[in-house]
Design a protein around this ligand. Structure first.
Ligand code: URA
Length: 238
């Protein structure tokens, strides 16, 4: 596999096994095109989605994919699972080729889930310093009160990880429903935070990641490609 991003001569060499000196010769001879344009610069930056042609042969032509899914309950957010259906099983045809999940939702959680074949984008989304807000609608077994708002905002110590959660926002929607905004994604975080109040989470539905909002027209299990505006919105900090 070639590296995800590199200078042109190294990229072609790593991807094809052609010696770097020979690649330079091909470039000098004007036999290589990148995204349809003749490429002679050995240091031209290219990545996994650059279209690269040698003479009339395509060395690489891979389109980036960015998908939003409305994850249904009872499906695992993983590429494979021994016991249960996974979100990959919900993709039609060969749509799942190359795709991975930049983040997960629990088995019974629902809502906005992203899938992509762009590792650099996933890594950006996962960087803790980006503090990308994730918004959840939560319903719980016991009534919620003002103390929750304070406790979520102050942060909670998770002894297992040895961390204190970053300030989270909780908005009370009704006696048993709240909207929770997190800027991190600790294991079962929302459930564990309500767990501090011995309050069981009955349903958890993610409605937004950064500036990207789940398309209300998507039924559970349905998915579609992101628009360019939506793609940009995922890394906006809200
Ligand atoms: N927090 C949880 O507890 N579960 C999820 O699926 C997402 C956030």
């Amino acid at each position: 596999m070639p590296p995800s991003s590199a200078r042109l001569d190294r990229f072609i060499s790593a991807g094809t096994g052609i010696k770097r000196g020979d690649v330079r010769l091909l470039l000098a001879q004007g036999r290589v095109r990148v995204d349809g344009v003749l490429a002679r610069d050995i240091a031209l930056p290219v990545n996994q989605f650059s279209r690269i042609e040698l003479d009339d042969k395509t060395l690489q032509a891979r389109l980036p994919r960015y998908i939003m899914m409305n994850k249904p309950a009872g499906v695992v957010s993983a590429s494979s699972d021994d016991r249960h259906r996974t979100v990959m099983d919900l993709l039609a045809g060969d749509d799942d080729r190359d795709l991975h999940l930049p983040g997960r939702l629990d088995f019974n959680s629902t809502g906005l889930l992203l899938l992509t074949n762009d590792g650099a984008w996933s890594r950006r989304l996962s960087l803790p310093e980006q503090k990308i807000a994730k918004v959840y609608r939560v319903s719980v077994a016991q009534p919620i009160n003002e103390n929750y708002i304070r406790a979520f905002a102050e942060g909670m110590h998770f002894a297992y990880e040895g961390i204190t959660t970053l300030p989270a926002q909780l908005r009370i929607l009704s006696s048993h429903e709240a909207e929770v905004t997190l800027v991190e994604g600790r294991y079962h975080q929302v459930k564990r935070m309500f767990g501090r109040f011995q309050n069981e989470v009955l349903s958890l539905h993610r409605i937004a990641i950064g500036g990207l909002v789940l398309d209300a027209a998507l039924a559970p299990g349905e998915y579609r490609d992101l628009t360019t505006a939506e793609l940009n919105a995922t890394t906006q900090i809200t």
